[in-house]
Design a protein around this ligand. Structure first.
Ligand code: 4AD
Ligand code: MG
Length: 479
């Protein structure tokens, strides 16, 4: 096993002869190489004796060159590092022309780095984000596995629209220039690869529900795709979603599960990578300083995460949320761009007000109007006529807005069929979904956590394009 720099800096292999490999960050005084291998933002100082090295070799030690250095790891004499490598031999594994290398040892804007996403892994910010992203993936699996949830792989290509929102990417092998037509002049999908029209999935929920009706507790963790033309700092066309589904759970159990999961994975990531959290905390503080005082976040990254861990999420109904908004100074002073009344789909300015101004912590909003939510949500009993609600829940997080969307599901066949008909969701095609309500139905609930929004929350990154290696957004499919 080759030693990793993170391990070496913790004091492993001291006074031993070792070989390290990595990429040169800087080379100072023909003597000191700052070497990085991605295991930590801390570089290993490699000291070379330039009197013993060939001039031509020295010249090839450039920023971004890949090298292998062999020598003894010793306690460092200099300031700023605990150990260093006294290299007696050096091999250039991959040359790099520092003049042409787009990343200079200076601060680059996040926008610029997005244009060179193939190289931005080598920056401290993206290294920290990606290590935390990895810890969150593992933490999520661990949370569910410890609780005996079964991980289910749901299909990526699908013929149904799980959200009924029509925001799907079509999957086809038909020739776009020469489409087969039916006698009626419509595109003949019978000729297509699957013999029917198919899409990339927007959610694994419906299939997860089928599995929950056998295994009781399941979760999916997969890529999902949305062809919504939203150019915001919170939307991707391709993102990863975690969707647990639990038989016998009601809405409150669902909210409890979501809150404990979020706290668990945040703690997990913080424990795993305290240095990266510190780095991003400082980065964010620096970024905040550039903003006008009234736009600055009240808490730093670490403070915010600890606050979330140590406090209960606020739980309110949609109706209460609307009441709070109507009574708010922001509403009275006409600060909201969009009007507020019972029945609206809250805009992000409303959600932000609730979370960042009113409660200043994560908020779980439940029982939304039936008309603004998906067909599968359980219809609440005993609603005031005209104010019908469903057992939905959204979790709103400071700085992010909606991080989780979920609900208790409609388990009553007639009610579900009726709602699907109202919303023109094809009941015949979705016989398989309805079958679970025909054969041993039961109460159940689940939710979807947008993974990139979680990574944004934990890293403090303002733009979702900076928490996934290769973002897919409208008009952008580079790399
Ligand atoms: O609220 P959504 O659309 O809910 C569902 O898809 C349900 N089937 C989930 C379930 O109950 N099993 O999406 C769930 C979450 C959102 O709360 C948000 O965090 C994230 O997915 N999300 C997106 N993240 C990035 N880019 C987008 N375009 C997103 N759309 C939703
Ligand atoms: Mg939603």
């Amino acid at each position: 096993m080759r030693p990793q720099i993170a391990t070496l800096l913790k004091g492993a292999s001291i006074d031993q002869e070792i070989t390290v490999m990595g990429w040169v960050r800087t080379f100072r005084n023909n003597q000191f190489i700052a070497l990085n291998d991605g295991s930590t933002n801390q570089n290993l100082q490699v000291v070379v004796d330039f009197t013993k090295l060939d001039e031509s070799l020295l010249k090839r030690i450039t920023t971004s060159a890949c090298i292998a250095a062999t020598g003894k790891l010793v306690q460092s004499q200099g300031k700023g590092q605990s150990v260093e490598l006294e290299a007696h031999s050096l091999e250039i594994l991959g040359d790099s022309d520092a003049e042409k290398y787009p990343l200079q040892p200076k601060k680059h804007s996040l926008e610029f780095l997005r244009e060179i996403a193939h190289l931005r892994f080598r920056t401290n910010t993206f290294a920290s984000v990606n290590r935390l992203r990895n810890a969150l993936i593992f933490g999520i699996h661990q949370f569910f596995q410890e609780r005996n949830f079964l991980n289910i792989h749901t299909p990526i290509i699908s013929a149904s629209d799980a959200e009924g929102a029509g925001e799907m990417f079509r999957v086809t092998t038909l020739h776009l220039e020469n489409l087969p037509k039916t006698d009626a002049g419509e595109i003949d999908y019978a000729e297509d690869f699957f013999g029917r029209s198919s899409n990339l999935t927007v959610s694994g929920q419906l299939e997860a529900e089928l599995a929950a009706m056998a295994f009781t507790k399941v979760y999916t963790f997969g890529p999902t795709f949305r062809a919504e033309n939203s150019n915001t700092t919170r939307h991707l066309a391709e993102f990863w979603m975690i969707e647990p589904e639990v038989a016998f759970n009601e809405l409150k159990d669902n909210a409890d599960l979501a809150e404990s999961m979020l706290k668990y994975v945040i703690q997990y990531a913080m424990d795993r990578h305290p240095d990266d959290i510190d780095f991003l905390d400082a980065r964010l503080a620096e970024e905040e300083k550039q903003k006008p005082t009234n736009e600055r976040a009240e808490m730093g990254l670490k403070e915010k995460l600890n606050f979330v861990l140590n406090n209960n999420f606020e739980r309110i109904t949609y109706t209460e949320a609307i009441e709070i908004l109507l009574l708010s100074p922001a509403y009275k002073k006409k600060k909201f761009k969009y009007d507020v009344s019972w029945g609206i789909d809250m805009q992000s300015e409303h959600e932000r007000y609730l979370v960042e101004k009113h409660f200043n912590k994560p908020v779980i909003v439940t029982d939304y109007p039936k008309n603004i939510k998906a067909f599968y949500m359980r219809q609440n009993d005993n609603c005031e006529p005209g104010k019908e609600t469903v057992a939905a829940m959204d979790i709103l997080a400071p700085g992010i807005g909606e991080i989780i969307g979920g609900s208790q599901r409609e388990e009553r066949l007639e009610k579900l069929e009726q709602r699907m008909n109202e919303m023109e969701i094809p009941t015949k095609e979705m016989f398989w979904y309805l079958d679970t309500r025909r054969f041993g139905t039961c109460k159940h609930a689940g939710f979807g956590l947008g993974f990139e929004r979680l990574v944004q929350f934990v890293t403090g990154m303002g733009n979702i394009r900076d928490v996934i290696p290769f973002p897919r957004t409208p008009k952008n499919c580079e790399f």
